[in-house]
Design a protein around this ligand. Sequence first.
Ligand code: UGA
Length: 473
Amino acid sequence: MRITVIGCGYVGLVTGTCFAEAGHQVVCTDNDAERIATLKAGIVPIYEPHLDGLLTANSRANRLSFTCDATAAVNSGDAIFICVGTPPKENGEADLSAIDDVARLIATEAHTSKLVVEKSTVPAQTGQQLKRVLSVYRRDPSVDFRVASNPEFLREGTAVEDFLHPDRIVLGVEDEDSEAQLREIYRPILEAKFNCPAHLKGCPSAKPATLVVTTINSAELIKHASNSFLAMKISYANMIADLCEKVGADIKEVVHAMGLDPRIGPQFLNAGLGFGGFCLPKDVQAFVRLAERSGVNFHMLKEAELVNKRRIDLFIEKIRQALWVIKDKQVGILGLAFKANTDDIRFAPSLEVIRRLLAEGAQVRAYDQEAMDRTATIFPEIQFCREPHEVAQDADALLILTEWPEFRQLDWGHISELMSRPLVIDGRNLLDPATLMEHGFEYHCFGRHLEEPQRQFVPAPILKAASNAMQQS
Ligand code: UGA
């Protein structure tokens, strides 16, 4: 199949590359000429596991190409996937101007009939507007446009795996031809004939995806409803964590047992700093606005959003409680990305935490495996370190802001010796409190029951000296 992808951001790149990997002929375009030049040179401008290998292989196999020539791109595919951004406006609504631009481009430049597919996350009823724009601006009356919605469920960090081995593929269609065309496009993935190429190491073995065919409105709603539900689940876990702190329960124990109920499930119950990124926060806002415009007051979702915003206040309060005065304190940060396995810092909780620490006069040092370059463009005044031990040197506190698993493996005994004061405030409940306390740390996190004697744990060197003395006597 010949496919055009418009928009070479995170969704467009993964979509185009994976369709090429599935055997289709794909042309990708973007109005950012610099980005296209980078991609033509085989450089992937985002960090996404497996993407660079697949992009290079498929470009070499001539199944995947990039062009700035939008007219040529529009005319090369029978199906056009719209993958442009839908960022939030001031009032939280999704800004659909990029979708409108692309629709007018397709309407005026297409010489043959097209299936136009919304892949970008859009509010329900956008497909109806898309159809209208395509027909109003259509230049060639012999050209026919069909519209479909095919929302993506890609998680940053595992997007390639999610695309090639999805749980479900949702096709929002209004005619048989569109459904048949999309089924054909997804056939290699749907029939699970598509096996993991050797270079996709670590990819789970292929399992058949469930295909769901719906109306366009339902498909659009499924995406917003899914992300909003995940957001509510996280906020729910965070409220339980707050309650755990008050009644002396442990959030890890509570959510573990809750998650064993298949009706609840274990995922998205990790308490901490809350949800960030370019999807959940903006999709929750857009869904609330859509509900309001439709006369439905989605209080529950608004509350989930508020709970999420308050996580930062709570975290800063934990820092203040531990440090007393924040001004002039050396604060080390481990993790900047909005979650692990990405370099994305959009709406990352780390940004607001840093902003507030700087406003209070703290000296901030930071380390992240992937996200330091991006963060440096926002906060040139903070010091970026080559590795975590450098962050810890003479620090009054270390903050964990991203759940990078590597942070668990650090030599916490050594880190404790490097710090001015062995204090860790874990915004992701990532570390094992007992290990930290064994190394003499004062450790704070969200909703975990830390035994009082452990809080006042005697630093390891003193304990060792005491036990030696006992053995001698
Ligand atoms: C999210 C959805 O999970 C995808 O299904 C969806 O396709 C995507 O948005 C999208 O709309 O494109 P993503 O933004 O990559 O994916 O991130 P998530 O894995 O959902 O994590 C979002 C945030 O929630 C992160 O900041 C993460 O640290 C936080 N989180 C996640 C928690 O605080 N607790 C949890 O238990 C899980």
